[in-house]
Design a protein around this ligand. Structure first.
Ligand code: 6GU
Length: 240
């Protein structure tokens, strides 16, 4: 899968693209990350990319021209391609949208800066607006990294073992059970006995109950959409 990022700050992306899971996937050719500096498509000696808002008010607005020309310069490798603008006005990003985007061959991420982007970029040049949460960022760059991380790891072959996705938080709509590793006692705190028992069925049931308990306590909203088995419902009614 290919990601294209249109940004005024392409240098911000290097450490994420070069290291960790993403770095390995790029080296293995499973992911491709192409950075376009929007300023390279601005005109005039000063390469201006923003201007004052019509109607007045504080802050600056990103000009349509440089963004639209930058989009025009991006090579389209497939029809299975989507142009996404990162903006707090967008659809809330979640695991369902991550799966949907992971099915594409190419995802073009446009990072807004300043107070916003000229509205005329949205009509005809952008397929979808996406927000990563209800808080204010100073630009879409960190949001683009979040989207690339969440989407990239769903691309086949990017994670070591294919099914590590399935066990992750949110894949069945629940928070994860707690994890422990050595030592068995850390500053007087012991690992739960069940995890040392070697009884795989007991461990499975305990973990599931822990996941349900945490979700009930911390994110009860998730339970309404979670995929629950009969066993899950029995455990939940006991917890309540
Ligand atoms: Cl995608 N961009 C900006 N600027 N702020 C945000 C956001 C995106 N998502 C949440 N806040």
């Amino acid at each position: 899968m290919r990601f294209d990022v249109l940004t005024l700050f392409p240098d911000l992306f290097a450490p994420f693209v070069e290291q960790g899971i993403m770095g390995r996937a790029v080296q293995q050719g499973k992911l491709d990350v192409c950075l376009t500096n929007i300023r390279d498509h601005a005109r005039g000696a000063h390469r201006v990319t923003d201007d004052r808002p019509y109607g007045g008010g504080s802050g600056m607005v990103m000009k349509a021209g440089p963004i639209v020309r930058a989009l025009g310069a991006v090579e389209r490798i497939s029809d299975r391609c989507r142009v996404v603008l990162l903006t707090p006005q967008g659809r809330l990003f979640d695991q369902d949208l991550a799966w949907e985007l992971a099915d594409l061959d190419q995802l073009i991420l446009v990072c807004g800066r300043y107070e916003g982007v000229d509205e005329r970029v949205l009509k005809g040049f952008v397929d979808q607006e996406v927000s990563i949460g209800d808080y204010v960022l100073s630009g879409g760059e960190s949001a683009a990294l979040v989207v690339m991380d969440a989407v990239g790891r769903l691309v086949p072959g990017v994670l070591g073992s294919e099914d590590s996705n399935r066990e992750d938080s949110f894949e069945d709509g629940l928070l994860e059970h707690p994890h422990y590793t050595r030592p068995r006692v850390f500053e007087g705190r012991e690992v739960p006995e069940v995890l040392l028992s070697g009884d795989h069925e007991r461990i499975r049931v305990w973990r599931r109950a822990q996941a349900l308990k945490r979700t009930l306590e911390r994110r009860p909203d998730l339970l309404e959409r979670a995929r629950l088995t009969e066993e899950d419902r029995r455990i939940l009614s006991e917890l309540k």
